[in-house]
Design a protein around this ligand. Sequence first.
Ligand code: PGA
Length: 255
Amino acid sequence: MRKPMMAGNWKMNKTIDEAVELATAIRDQVADEESVDRVLCPTFVCLPAVRAVLDGGSIGLGAQNMHWAESGAYTGEISPAMLEGLVEYVIIGHSERRQYFAETDETVNKKIKAALAHGLIPIVCVGESLEQNQAGETQSFVSGQVKAALAGLTGDQVQSLIIAYEPIWAIGTGLAATAKQAQEICGSVVRAAIAADFGQDVAENTRVLYGGSTKDKNIREIMQQPDIDGALIGGAALQPDNYSAMVRITAEVYG
Ligand code: PGA
């Protein structure tokens, strides 16, 4: 049985004071919802302050990115060693990073390996553009991204990480994939790609999230899909009531 997860990707939002306020509001609402893995991913500069808000509780903390090297002359970057002990999770290969910061399948693969070597749980993002979707390339493109991301890993490593299927056309647009579409790609494409390279058991054990315009109003139907184990949430994760409702609805669906 895969444990559901509601992970909030705060992106480049919130000052340190605002992040503390948001994390506190969320903590006060969902601290006890332990049947759902709750994860908050603020910016790097906010991580220590949000860590302090979450300390002693069961809400997880994640970074939004990291470099793969241990240390060195990489101005502006953050290494896995710096995140170890501070966060449990790290988002890797978000489409915004691929699109605006030249991340490739190859760098995503390096980052995943570095994160695992430091005991961090990667939340690996994949997803097609609108053009690819309209050209009928979704299945082959997303399958290729999954395989490239996981190349060289062991089955145990794969089932310890999390894949987030986020169609780019659904991110921040208010136009979520239908639950049926999301189920189709999470199951017949993402989980199938894992099964092809690592076997059916590993595919069944790996958590697959959907992301793209999820909110309290559409999360129930999404969470009712058999191959969707949670959501990576952008905009709605900045609204404590909305995010907390999503956690509670997920708990109900799995209850
Ligand atoms: P959104 O973002 O929920 O605002 O669409 C999701 C994401 O980019 O992770």
